[in-house]
Design a protein around this ligand. Sequence first.
Ligand code: NAD
Length: 467
Amino acid sequence: MFFNIINSGLRIGASTATITDPRTRKPLYEVPVASTQDLDDAVKSARLAFSSWKHVPIDQRQKVLLELADKLDEHRCKIHQVLAKETGKSDLLANIEIDHTLKFLRFNASQELPDEIQHEDAMLKIVSTYRPIGVVGAICPWNFPLVLAAAKIAAALVTGNCIIVKPSPFTPCATLKFAELAISVLPPGVLQALNGDNDLGRLITIHPGIDKVTFTGSTATGRLVAANAAKTLKRVTLELGGNDASIVCPDVDVKIVAQKIAAGVFFHSGQMCVATKRVYVHRDIFTEFRDAFVEAVRNIEIDVSGKLPTTFSPMQNELQYNIVKSLIDDSRKNGYTLLRGDPSDEERLGFFIHPVVVDQPPEDSKVIQVEQFGPIIPLSTWSSEVDVIDRVNRVDTGLGSCVWAKDIGIAQRVARQLEVGTVWINSAEIPDPRGYFSGWKQSGIGGEWGKEGLRSYCHIQTIQLYK
Ligand code: NAD
């Protein structure tokens, strides 16, 4: 059974919702749906908890986070099963997500924001101090539900905030179970979890008892969150969508790089915010690259059981399934060349979509210009560095990108001209708890993770001490 977690208690909802199994489209779990009263109760409890949690010494808060990580490790099997089922991830992929969740918890447990002396002379000392903001509302998406929630939880708690997490209504189960595990580790009200639909998200953004909203999700919803949070001038961090590019330079080991890019593109079938969503390959190596890429795609296994060690998944939900299908249809209708593996694999019971490679569609095609968030990928060519940088930057989002080159000088030169929050050089996109993560342009406001990310959970108070 699944429960909302309020003030260290297990609460069933006034109503319930059914979670669908992405592998079979059949009903999977019944989950509670939080009411407005549940939210009010959670906020009241969080406010009370904050008055003492903020005074708990940092080493104690760090210790508690480590205990939380240990608890997750201890109950890993139970959480793993739920996470794999609700997301449609293979056993391997769900294990990767749990490993990353542990890394985020343990990294944050090693962090603190000590005072920083900004200026000191005989007369005056100016010091920046980092103070928790208060009660944080964390609104999360469905693609990596546990790790994205845990990253917010870990940063909020270590900096002395209390947090109420609202998972996506598509994938609330592992997060609710994780919050349940935390009951034996944390004081009441410090970490609470409420499952609910989009309207519960809206209610969090306008609640006067919540001081900050940290939101990860689509750009469209991010705009609504920002507008609603403005009503009470809450602090807001927005981690939104992107349309990330891989730029492949002519000096690479073509076959190896093609395989690596394909692995990144189709990791969780492209349902990853920073997955490469457009590939730009230098003209001189394009044909060789395309052949190697398609070969790698042919080797991707679609496994309905979830037991094979593959990182390819069904779409998590029907909405996303239909978005990706319509992109494939659009590419077909426009007469683009679709290179693909075995089309007989395509129709299956669950939300599986066979990987599709689109060969050199026009730059203004939908498949290049929109965030597909699924297993369809356009391959394009480039010949001038200035031109490819311009094409990569010519979208209104800027989350991440990859540059692939043997010549690190060139890779760095290109990376530093991209208008994105993170650039990976010679690697597919692997988020790391130690690296600040932020979206430029319409990919977000502010950022999280790393030491820098902790600041987004703090007010900076300046102390000017006259000696
Ligand atoms: P979504 O925006 O549809 O939903 C995200 C969350 O917002 C859900 O919990 C939902 O219930 C809630 N919500 C919906 N309407 C709301 C409202 N009006 N007010 C407050 N909350 C509301 O996103 P999704 O489909 O769950 O996730 C996929 C998107 O998330 C993609 O665009 C992806 O790129 C993005 N994403 C970004 C990052 C990042 O770190 N930048 C990470 C993962 C996913």
